[in-house]
Design a protein around this ligand. Structure first.
Ligand code: F6R
Length: 611
């Protein structure tokens, strides 16, 4: 949450800061601001709302200077107002911040007692005031920042800019990611490498507790004991074209449409080579993915990623007979669940930076045989702190509502479950080949599902009028019902809930009337008859059912539904990967029909780095 950026450049900083902030807007868009030093003078511009408002302001009130910092905000402390917008300034220092300073109330009281009053409601201004206080007491900028960092508790990434200092940035990382970019005679700071991609591909990631003194000549990095630290410079590969809309109206539409290609590439990567010397694909997972001797796993994540874990539980248990617990990260760490040295803990995260998931990982570390992560960003904190990482290879996902990352997480988890099945002697070569063939068929089937977009858009016109919508599914389609509901509420703001089909009669059926659409996700599988019975119970109460099934299922279900959507027939166990597509398209088109902001829905952010 919140994106920060810093530039020590040879050209005007403001356009570079705005360009970098554009790439960080996925982290929040409640307000944006920049500060620069020009002719020794520190000045700033801030605007409420999306970055475009700041750009407009800069047209009328430009900000010159080759050194600057910038921020895009997801509000935590204080409403989205100009006075709460970053950069925060106190005397000779301006600061941008991502994260939460947990002890800011105590610090604010101490500062107030010393005569340093705060203008905003933020925790960040406290940081600026602490630096100012230290400088008033005679410390130089570096020493003032160093002293201030020692007083802060919580999770943060910070970047400081100083009055009269056109060749100095100070950056610090504790709990929130921060990257330093190396140019030629220029230096940069960013919440992630993508923000810096137009400027440089040479990146140094700060580690936990690190802080850095940055000039155009380079960065001096110190660890949390203020010892000089060597952190490697890496060249990152970010294909700039992949973060364009490529002709689509929204990133979400592009990312939904990309899924067949992304999944095919991921499968190709993880099933290269062959068991039989030619035709059939074989599992090709990293060497450490060996479940021999593993007697249990726990899968932990948040939001959509947790629904991927929920689906995978069915797979680990059905394909490998491996007991599998699932938990949402924010509950897991505080429940302090017992863990054993013969089990694995698997953390699933698109961003790899989700604060709750990272904290859960740290809780599990040293308690389990192996900490494994399934992430989209291989350089992320979660990846770096794991014993073993499986990248989902989805490419940059910009739309705040996760789509291709979800199906890519499912793909990697499915392959892990198959490997567990092989390692535990549950799957022989024929069974494995059959399952791999089913997975390889999915990209083609997803293309077919994408072809239903226009039909789904028509249904969405009607769904957009609903106040409440229910999603039903059984077996591995139950978590898909949860995910379908989450996707819809996130971007259309319609209240939606997912239920296990069999659970409806235990309470939620009270909600059913002619105004409540019920979306049933039901491939023709072994449980189909039972789902149809539950659907009949809804229709008997005038519920408006949209049945999404294959041709065989639709024929068997008979009449009485409000609408149907035909999916291609699919291997039942992996059906959630295919049925993600209509669920995503329903959410997308309903949001379009309602005119909401699809890529940047209200109150949300792509990377949730606060608890
Ligand atoms: C929903 C969505 C969120 C994320 C969740 C975890 O569309 O994207 O629910 O899945 O915030 O984020 P990551 O996967 O980055 O840990």
């Amino acid at each position: 949450m919140c994106g920060i950026v810093g530039v020590l450049g040879n050209h005007e900083a403001a356009p570079l800061l705005v360009e970098a902030l554009k790439r960080l807007e996925y982290r929040g868009y409640d307000s944006a601001g920049i500060a620069t030093v020009n002719n020794g003078q520190l000045d700033r511009r801030r605007a409420v709302g999306k970055l475009v408002n700041l750009s407009d302001l800069l047209v009328h009130e430009p900000l010159a200077g080759k050194a600057g910092i910038g921020h895009t905000r997801w509000a935590t402390h204080g409403a989205a107002t100009v006075s709460n917008a970053h950069p925060h300034k106190a005397g000779p220092v301006a600061v941008v911040h991502n994260g939460i300073i947990e002890n800011f109330r105590d610090l604010r009281e101490q500062l107030a007692a010393a005569g340093y009053a705060q203008e905003s409601q933020t925790d960040t201004e406290t940081v600026a005031l602490l630096v100012r206080q230290a400088m008033d007491a005679g410390a130089g900028p570096v020493e003032a920042a160093r002293q201030t960092l020692k007083r802060l508790h919580g999770a943060f990434a910070l970047c400081f800019l100083f009055d009269g200092q056109e060749d100095l940035l100070i950056a610090a990382r504790k709990g929130s990611p921060l990257a330093i970019g190396h140019g030629t005679g220029e230096m940069f700071v960013g919440s992630d490498a993508i923000a810096l991609a137009p400027m440089t591909d040479r990146i140094t990631y700060l580690e936990e507790g690190d802080w850095a003194v940055i000039t155009r000549a380079g960065a001096e990095i110190f660890d949390d004991h203020d010892r000089r630290a060597n952190r490697a410079e890496t060249r990152i590969q970010i294909d700039a074209t992949r973060i364009e809309k490529a002709g689509y109206k929204h990133f979400m539409a592009k990312e939904i449409a990309e899924q067949p290609v992304v999944l095919a590439a991921g499968l190709q990567h993880y099933t290269q080579g062959s068991a039989d010397g030619g035709v059939n694909p074989a599992l090709h997972l990293p060497e450490g993915v060996d479940f021999t001797g593993v007697d249990r796993i726990v899968l932990v994540a948040c939001g959509t990623a947790s629904y991927a874990c929920h689906v995978a539980k069915y797979w680990f248990e059905a394909l490998a007979g491996l007991p599998c617990d699932i938990d949402i990260a924010s509950e897991f760490r505080y429940r302090e669940p017992p863990l054993s040295p013969t089990q694995w803990a698997v953390f699933v995260s698109q961003s790899g930076e989700t604060a709750d998931t990272l904290a859960a990982l740290r809780y599990a570390k040293e308690k389990v045989a192996r900490v494994v992560s399934v992430v989209n960003v291989p350089t992320s904190s979660i990846a770096r702190e794991s014993d073993l990482t499986l990248p989902i290879l989805a490419g940059v996902e910009v739309g705040v509502a996760s789509t291709k990352a979800f199906t890519s997480q499912l793909m990697v988890l499915a392959l892990m479950a198959l490997k567990a099945g092989v390692d535990r002697g549950r799957l022989d070569a024929d069974a494995l080949a059959g399952h791999l063939a089913a997975l390889h068929a999915l990209p083609g089937l997803m293309n077919h599902a994408l072809g239903q977009s226009a039909e789904i858009a028509k249904l969405a016109e009607e769904l957009a009028r609903a106040q409440d919508i229910l999603f039903l599914g059984r077996g591995p389609m139950y978590p898909m019902a949860l995910e379908g509901a989450l996707k819809l509420k996130e971007i259309s703001y319609i209240h939606a809930e997912g239920y296990a089909s069999g659970e409806l009669k235990h309470g939620p059926i009270a909600l059913i009337d002619a105004q409540v659409p019920v979306i049933v996700l039901a491939p023709r599988d072994a449980l189909f008859d039972k789902t149809v019975s539950n659907m009949q119970e809804v229709m008997a109460r005038h519920g408006k059912v949209l049945l999404i099934s294959d041709a065989a299922g639709l024929a068997e279900a008979g009449s009485g539904t409000w609408a149907t959507l035909t999916m291609p027939a699919v291997d039942a166990i992996f059906a959630p990967i295919l049925y993600a597509v209509p669920a995503q398209l329903l959410a997308y088109h309903t949001a379009i029909a309602k005119g909401t902001d699809v890529d940047q829905p209200r109150n949300l952010a792509k990377s949730v780095t606060v608890e």
